[in-house]
Design a protein around this ligand. Sequence first.
Ligand code: IMP
Length: 200
Amino acid sequence: MIPDRLVLATANPGKGRELRELVAGWGPVVVAGLDAFAGVELPDERGGSYAENAVAKATAAARATGLPALGDDSGLEVEALGGAPGLRSSRYADSDAERIAKLLAALRDVPEALRAARFVCVVAAVFPDGRVATAEGVCHGRIAAVPAGRAGFGYDPVFVPEGFDRTLAEVGAEAKQRLSHRARAVRSLGERLQHGPAGV
Ligand code: IMP
């Protein structure tokens, strides 16, 4: 069942904007941000999987607000770095600019053909009565040699999605919302909620 109201369990404005638009694709859902509620604390992302972290965030928001909540955990997995930064993508360095600089430095001697990477996102819907549904989305691509573009957030300026020769920050919001890991995860969760077992 698609809920008619939902709170987004994220403090990241870039993710919040994208999730809000993507959830609109499910139909007429009234979406609130955490800023509409006082003092909701999201847990640290210390779980052992994206799913664990996404469920933990959504559970905290559902408990605190009494509303169904949508949590998201995501990361960038770079093949030449053995899948790093992965689950630790947000803790890789202190700011988006520093994270990008550190990533490009780690890949300095890696040629274009070996710079394969993927974004992974798991979204979790948690209902106040404890029901949980999750879905994963993946976006394949490669890491650019230098940052380019101003759209999006996070690692977007250095991620070139498969089939493109420009970064996610250059292709812009409309294209990103069609092909991103988050878009795929939210579409898949919508289908799961719509057609899922009784009650979810
Ligand atoms: P978390 O899901 O809040 O742990 O974020 C993981 C890290 O990956 C953060 O540094 C985000 O900025 C980054 N990240 C997650 N999704 C995206 C995206 O769609 N584009 C660029 N960076 C992202």
